[in-house]
Structures are given as C-alpha cells and as structure tokens.
Design a protein around this ligand. Sequence first.
Ligand code: IMP
Ligand code: MG
Length: 175
Amino acid sequence: MSSQPKLHILLTRQQIEDTVSKLAAKVSDDYRDKHPLLIGVLKGSFMFMADLIRRLDFPLEIDFIRLSSYGTGRESSGKIKVVQSLGIEVKNRDVLVVEDIVDTGLTTAFLLSYLLKKKPASLKLCALSDKPSRRQIPVTIDYPGFTVPDKFLVGYGLDWDEKFRNLAEIYILED
Ligand code: IMP
Ligand code: MG
C-alpha cells in the first residue's frame, strides 16, 4: 500500500469565499455592461469558475479550454498545446481568462498569446492564486486572488496526479 501524502491547510473555505467575493465585485464593476466571455482553463479552474460566476449577476458566457504541458508530476515542461479547444468565438469579445494558479507563467503566457491572435475586443486575466517566486515569464494578473508560497498546492480544483481536486480548501502537499 502506498503511504498517504500529508496535507497542511493553507487557505480555508472562508478565506477562499472572501477572496472570490472580492474578485467578483471587481469583475462586476468592469464587465457589467460588456457581456463578457469568461474562459476557464481546465481542469484546475472549474471550481473557482463556478463560484466566481455565481456571484456575477449580469449577462455573460463561459467556455473552457484544456491545455497540456507534456509535463509529468509537479514540473511543467513549457511545451504547451491545446488539447480541448473553445466552442465560442473570441473575436471582438471582451474575454476574461479564469485560471486556478499562475506558477511558472508558461501556460498562461501561451494561452494569452493564443487568444490574442483571435482578436478579442479585450483580454484580461483573473487568477485565484499566484506563485510569483516560480515565474519564468512575466504575466500580468489583472484580477489576482492570493499570493501563495513556493509549495505544491492541492484542493479547490488543484490536483496532484488527478487527486484532491474535490477538497473545498487549499492545502500544501508535503513532499
Ligand atoms: P504554469 O507553471 O504557470 O504554466 O502552471 C501550469 C499549471 O500547473 C497551472 O495552471 C496549474 O493547473 C498547475 N499548477 C501549478 N502550480 C500548481 C500547484 O501548486 N498545485 C497544483 N497544480 C499546479
Ligand atoms: Mg491550470
């Protein structure tokens, strides 16, 4: 039997709820009259997306994109490709990308340039967590949630080997 990895709580349900509410308030101020297209990055952002849009009481659309980084375990290789593409046209839309976490920045930077080529009216980024100490490429987060330490995190959509996405809190996974 494999030993269970140890988890230490980093962000409680209440902290997540408060931060998602603050982000939703800012997004509402900026997008209320824009009928935006929110694009969630699968799989990690699904829970954040669901909680965020429940707090947005104006017309919007959502779509999801899935990217793969060819990486294994905890390291992203930096070679990114789209493995599940969008179903809604981005051209002339006010697009808000919804990310779980910006770590090296490689995935997000790839996605933003991929989307820019599709000529959106505007393109901004909302990320629940930001791990700036790991950045390899600069990424501007227009709507940042938490700044987190250089630790591997799980829960609230984030996985380790596809596990722990269902946890309602965010935990540090001990090595
Ligand atoms: P990047 O290194 O910024 O390209 O991050 C790529 C993706 O790796 C993120 O969107 C997450 O899905 C995943 N990721 C980065 N850091 C963590 C973490 O601490 N736990 C779980 N997934 C992570
Ligand atoms: Mg992700």
